[in-house]
Design a protein around this ligand. Structure first.
Ligand SMILES: Nc1ncnc2c1ncn2[C@@H]1O[C@H](COP(=O)(O)OP(=O)(O)OP(=O)(O)O)[C@@H](O)[C@H]1O
Ligand SMILES: [Mg+2]
Length: 265
């Protein structure tokens, strides 16, 4: 069984120098993610969750420490090699990775493939398949403005999975969605993880979303303060629970109870 980490950080430090102040966004993060894991990252606003995803995926340069992806220290790679690796092996469900409003759903999805050199005919076939996977058959020619928020997020997901990535990075993928759409997106993410064996790192404020993952990492002030497999009873509880606002539904304990029931089956 493959146990070597697909993603690993060692004493990862990230500072943002804004000119007047230096923001210490990550203060030494050690993390190992094994191939095929589905990990939720939680923590209060500003604690460094997005920064962590940006640094681990190589979107952003790091200040100190190391990030290894599939065993390679990404700081040793040239920018074009990193970009190529991302295009081929990573999918992003980031809110700032907006869909292009002038393109249709299928054009938004196939763009990823065209940019990495796939022939137009094949790109179109794969984009249609990816839209089918997320339940959007019939909406191929709709522009983002002609789709609901949930449907738009499914196009984003189709775009993330169209190149069959090894790793999917998702930053609050259900952030703007109601409960029903949020559940649908999470059903798809779980399917990508379980059926297609994609490794997923997902940032969320929503304990219900985190409960669908296999492991929860809690961050606080640029550091990991807790890292627990989801089978643990208190996985959803942040060490300083109550100190920050869970923007999603409140943690009623229902998710934990249903998990306990599942694990006792
Ligand atoms: N480009 C940047 N320049 C300067 N400071 C930044 C930059 N990006 C993030 N920061 C700062 O780094 C810290 C971590 O930000 P980050 O966006 O990672 O937080 P977060 O945990 O994702 O928060 P949220 O839940 O609100 O999205 C914050 O103090 C933020 O203000
Ligand atoms: Mg963020």
């Amino acid at each position: 069984m493959e146990t070597s980490p697909i993603i690993q950080s060692k004493n990862l430090v990230k500072h943002y120098d804004t000119g007047s102040v230096v923001v210490k966004a990550l203060k030494g993060v050690d993390l190992k993610v094994t191939r095929g894991e589905m990990v939720a990252v939680m923590g209060p606003s500003g604690c460094g969750k997005t920064t962590l995803l940006n640094c681990l995926s190589g979107l952003d340069d790091i200040t100190a420490g190391n990030v290894f992806v599939e065993g390679t220290d990404i700081s040793t790679l040239k920018d074009d090699v990193k970009t190529e690796y991302r295009a081929q092996h990573m999918g992003f469900v980031f809110q700032f990775y907006n869909l292009l409003p002038v393109l249709t759903a299928v054009e938004n999805v196939e763009m990823v493939l065209l940019l990495s050199g796939v022939k137009p005919k094949m790109a179109r076939i794969k984009a249609i398949e990816a839209l089918d996977t997320v339940g959007l058959t019939g909406y191929e020619t709709h522009r983002p403005s002609q789709l609901s928020g949930g449907q738009r997020q499914r196009v984003t997901l189709a775009r993330a999975l169209v190149n069959d990535p090894k790793i999917v990075w998702a930053d609050e993928p259900t952030g703007d969605l109601d409960r029903m759409n949020s559940n649908e997106i999470m059903n798809l993410m779980v399917e990508l993880n379980e059926r297609l064996k994609m490794t997923i790192l997902l940032v969320t404020h929503d304990p219900g979303v985190a409960a669908r993952c296999r492991r929860i990492i809690h961050m606080e002030d640029g550091k990991i303060v807790k890292d627990v497999p989801i089978t643990a009873e208190d996985a959803l509880k942040h060490p300083k629970e109550g100190d920050y606002d869970c923007r999603g539904e409140r943690d009623t304990g229902a998710a934990r109870i249903s998990m306990q029931q599942e694990s006792s089956l």
